[in-house]
Design a protein. Structure first.
Ligand code: CA
Ligand code: CA
Length: 511
């Protein structure tokens, strides 16, 4: 049984673009970790956030080169503004704090009219650091699963937080993901660069139906999954996958009606395992338990291979009516149900408090289609949801190539978002969140000069991190490497900080 249904290959309505890309500085704690972030380039949200779009008492100004320092200082005094920070390499640009009760637009206007500055502008708010690709169907908001800001009647943030995650990692170039399905249209414009290639003949996988390497998709299901996992990102075309760069292996065992057999599935899995796949996507299933499939998946544990499996589109409780391979109780297999843009369980998705591990977006999912090299369209199903999890696991595997498979599964499960609809419907009670599943570290300051800086690094428990410091945000030096404790925290006191006018910090996973 195939787990994705063809809904529509029509073009979705194109939303209006808002291409505002104000680069700005986020002023955080004095001397604490500060990031330069781009304002997300994203379509206009139909519901605007209620928070003001700029900092309530800060503005940015750039002095005119010919204006004397004292002249500008006197103007600041008259305006009762205070210089919080100066950027000598950016034309001595300043961050100013306004006096209580002053209005940002009026202060900006006064500085603009003073003739002393090249520009004055509000300190615009950034919602999150975000790495955004230029793919048109991402920018127009069609790909709600990756970034949901409430477009098309969605619930804001009912998504996997892809732009924020891509800030950490957006490509899994070293990872081979096998899609055991109906093949892939390997000439598709948005897939052709992200396919695994056999070192001997350049083929993209195996066709277990006829024993050849021709994996041409004559049904369409596998091509759609491929676009979700790894459509080429930032190539100006079509869509973007969970990963922008990856090696997708096509293992074909479903025919042009979407039917296949367990023996051919096992042949595909063994081919994928022999040729280096570390994540294997199984977006299909049936009600009959197969010891052959179960043993094949279990045997792949010794190579650390992770499997994803669709929970099925029967609106059933899989605890009561098992569905395989999703219901196999193997700790290298993740079972996935389909969620909606409103963060609900998709009406047709199966579920199971003891048998489905998590949900992921699976309703009205837009991806690559098989009818031409530039065709795209919507499909629904736990198949699609499964592909999102495969993409997520590929990024985790890229980031932690040596981690045991159960550690990655554990991170995936503990990272889910838990809106109420998923409680009691799956083991984790939640929906995939890519950002939280990635290994990342944040640095917070808990004491500031004149005391030595005291810093807390928050990361993944028992993972090692490098603390970096910089005085100018361009040259970073490693201060220390250490392992986060069982709570994921590592504390550090920087004794050098008291001698420096300013200091920035960041943490990265240790190599
Ligand atoms: Ca989000
Ligand atoms: Ca693309």
């Amino acid at each position: 049984m195939l787990l994705g249904t063809n809904q529509s290959f029509g073009r979705a309505r194109r939303a209006r673009l808002n291409v505002r890309t104000t680069l700005r500085f986020v002023a955080a704690l004095c001397f604490a970790c500060v990031a330069v972030r781009a304002f997300p380039q994203q379509p206009r949200a139909p519901v605007l956030p209620s928070t003001p779009p700029f900092h309530p008492n800060r503005i940015l100004v750039m002095p005119r080169p010919e204006v004397a320092v004292d002249t500008l200082r006197e103007f600041h005094t008259a305006q009762q503004t205070r210089v919080l920070r100066t950027f000598p390499r950016v034309g001595y640009m300043q961050v100013l704090e306004l006096p209580e009760g002053d209005s940002v637009p009026e202060a900006v206007a006064r500085y603009q009219q003073s003739g002393l500055v090249e520009f004055a502008e509000a300190d615009y708010r950034v919602s999150a650091a975000a790495t955004l690709p230029d793919d048109p169907r991402f920018l127009d908001g069609t790909l709600w699963a990756l970034n949901n800001y409430g477009q098309n009647a969605g619930v804001p943030d009912a998504d996997v937080d892809a732009p924020e995650a891509w800030d950490v990692l957006h490509s899994a170039s070293n990872v081979i993901v096998a899609i055991v399905d109906s093949g892939i249209r390997y000439t598709h414009e948005d897939l052709v660069t992200n396919l695994w290639r056999h070192p001997l003949d350049g083929s993209a996988g195996l066709n277990a139906l006829n024993g050849t390497t021709n994996v041409w998709d004559d049904f369409g299901h596998g091509t759609h999954l491929a676009g979700i996992i790894g459509a080429a990102g930032n190539n100006g075309k079509g869509v973007v996958g969970v990963t922008w760069r990856i090696q997708m292996m096509a293992c074909k065992f479903l025919d042009n009606r979407g039917d296949g057999s367990n023996s051919d599935a096992v042949t595909c899995i063994e081919f994928a395992r022999s040729n280096g796949a570390t994540v294997i996507n199984l977006s299909w299933g049936g009600n009959a338990f197969s010891a052959a499939v179960s043993n094949t998946i279990r045997a792949a544990q010794s190579d650390g291979i992770l499997f994803t499996a669709a929970a099925g589109n029967n609106a059933r409780n899989n605890d009561l009516t098992p569905f395989y391979p999703a219901n196999l109780a193997l700790n290298n297999l993740v079972s996935v149900g389909a969620s909606t843009r409103q963060d609900g369980v998709w009406s047709v998705s199966s579920y199971g408090a003891g048998s489905v591990h998590l949900f992921a977006p699976g309703a009205t999912i837009f991806s690559t289609t098989f009818s031409s090299d530039s065709s795209y369209g919507n499909m629904n199903g736990s198949s699609m949801a499964t592909a999102y999890v495969s993409g997520a696991l590929a990024l985790l595997r890229q980031q932690s190539p040596a981690a045991p498979f159960d550690e990655l599964v554990g991170r995936l499960f503990s990272a889910v978002d838990r809106p109420p609809a998923f409680a009691g419907k799956c083991v984790t009670g939640g929906r995939l969140n890519l950002l939280k599943a990635l290994d990342r570290v944040s640095v917070t300051a808990v004491a500031e000069p004149p005391l030595p800086m005291q810093l807390h690094l928050n990361g993944v428990p028992n993972h090692s991190y490098v603390l970096l410091a910089s005085t100018n945000l361009s040259h970073w030096t490693a201060l220390a490497t250490n392992t986060a404790g069982p709570e994921g925290v590592w504390s550090f006191t920087d004794l050098q900080s008291t001698n420096l006018p300013q200091r920035f910090y960041r943490g990265i996973p240790a190599p």
